[in-house]
Design a protein around this ligand. Structure first.
Ligand SMILES: [Zn+2]
Length: 244
């Protein structure tokens, strides 16, 4: 395992890309059911593993096209014992599929020697995933004696992330290394109750995301969250490339 200081996205002069909202892609484009928004159960079938691998491959292709690296998340969100009843898997199955999730990304990395493919192991959350950023950064730093290399902000449209960043102390801003913006300007409640996918306006998404690039000196990774897909990531990768 690489030590933190050797993480490729920290030493590269380019911003790395990461995924869009794979969960919303699977629900709305592939018409798949994800219990509690977890993709872990999909890894139980060959079909599911292939679907996930082909989506990963599209993000790898975007990174290659823009001459940068890519961070890919293991599909282990909510893949922990507490969620066993909700996601319909026994604890041994959960353990086994966690290993499968990492192996899928190892295989992709092995066949992509020409760029950095960073495997990001998703752990948790135990309960609610939504936290305010300022309090979380100082809380985690205190608890871990500043072990954390960087923090990520996700699951809000760049417009709302800009607002939050403006309210942050400079010290907190500089700790943000990853942004994954939602496509939609709707609230979480509106999105949770929505039957259709809101991919938003990609040109607005990119423009406002680009504003964030100038506000966050420690940014290393850019990507999308709910509602975004390959087109969003390709668009932001083009923008960061053209800025240099
Ligand atoms: Zn999200």
């Amino acid at each position: 395992m690489a030590s933190q200081s050797k993480l490729p996205q920290l030493t590269s002069s380019n911003l790395f890309v990461t995924e869009g909202g794979i969960e919303t892609t699977l629900i709305y484009r592939n018409n798949l059911d994800l219990p509690s928004f977890s993709t872990l159960p999909l890894l139980n079938t060959e079909d599911g593993r292939q679907t996930i691998s082909s989506i990963y491959q599209e993000y790898v292709n975007i990174a290659l096209a823009h001459s940068t690296g890519v961070v890919l998340e293991t599909r282990t969100w909510r893949g922990s014992p507490l969620w066993s009843p909700e996601i319909g898997l026994s604890i041994p199955q959960i353990l086994d599929l966690n290993r499968t999730a990492v192996k899928i990304l190892h295989d992709i990395r092995n066949k992509t020697p020409s760029t950095s493919v960073v495997i990001s192991g998703a752990l948790g959350p135990l309960q609610d995933a939504y936290q305010d950023s300022t309090g979380t950064v100082s809380f985690v730093d205190r608890l871990t004696e500043n072990y954390t290399t960087y923090f990520g902000v996700n699951c809000a449209h760049p417009r709302y992330i800009i607002k939050a960043v403006r309210g942050m102390h400079t010290d907190v801003r500089s700790r943000i290394g990853s942004i994954r913006g939602n496509s939609s300007l709707k609230s979480h409640d509106e999105l949770d109750n929505s039957l259709v996918l809101d991919r938003g306006d990609i040109s607005v998404w990119v423009r406002e995301f680009n504003e964030l690039l100038n506000m966050l000196p420690g940014l290393k990774v850019v990507g999308g969250c709910c509602g975004t897909d390959e087109e969003h990531i390709d668009a932001i990768a083009s923008r960061i490339n053209s800025v240099g």
